[in-house]
Design a protein around this ligand. Sequence first.
Ligand code: FAD
Length: 223
Amino acid sequence: MKNAHIVKVLQSQFVTHDVKSIKVERPENYEFIPGQATELSINKRNWKTKKRPFTFTSLVDSNYLEFMVKIYRNREGVTNELGKINAGDELILHDVFGAISYKGPGVFIAAGSGITPFLSIFRELYKRNRIKGNRLIYVNKTSEDVIMGQELFHMLKNDFVNVYTRENVIGFQGKRIDRNFLIENIVDFSQNFYVCGPEDFVKTVTKHLIDLGAEPETIIFDE
Ligand SMILES: Cc1cc2nc3c(=O)[nH]c(=O)nc-3n(C[C@H](O)[C@H](O)[C@H](O)COP(=O)(O)OP(=O)(O)OC[C@H]3O[C@@H](n4cnc5c(N)ncnc54)[C@H](O)[C@@H]3O)c2cc1C
């Protein structure tokens, strides 16, 4: 296989009811920038050629690579199989790619597992003491679905806004990210915006941001 790296799983553990953190060995000279992803497959019979994209969440200079994978148990796909892997199993990594990268302070808007490129960016900024001036609006169905909530809160403090679309918890916002939500929560539309999540979510949020005055060049998302 061209540009394929077989790596051992070092650690595999659930961080929410359906999201797994998977840490693997880092191949030599395998570089990425925060926000980038690779295609990954499982080094098991019948699975080797089934490649799926996942985003690196580890620090760029760490000696392992980490992925946060949302497991879809209702499909017999790659993530369901990743749900069963353990330390010692092997994955196959491919080329590094990705459109999302940090272009300066701004508002990050993520839904569900769309947090992964932002987690990578925030971890790196926090480590370098440069996270100030960034805000995160993180949308999930319920509080149970929030990925690395404590760490995000620790890094971003009051600049971390949780939105739950399917529960009403006192102190949290239970609603959709619609035009009104953006008007109420964003004062300045002339800053950078980073959007990541399901295709429909990215499309809708981007459209509202542009309607509200954001310049298309300042909206960063994976096309
Ligand atoms: C650049 C990029 C980076 C990504 N990074 C991450 C990450 O860091 N973490 C993460 O958890 N995910 C990430 N994803 C999403 C991840 O790649 C998918 O969740 C994964 O490919 C699903 O694989 P599967 O084999 O389990 O599902 P499959 O069954 O192969 O489904 C693949 C795709 O088909 C569609 N699909 C199939 N069946 C259904 C159905 N019944 N209902 C609705 N849709 C369906 C979905 O769009 C699904 O994503 C990323 C995606 C991209 C493009």
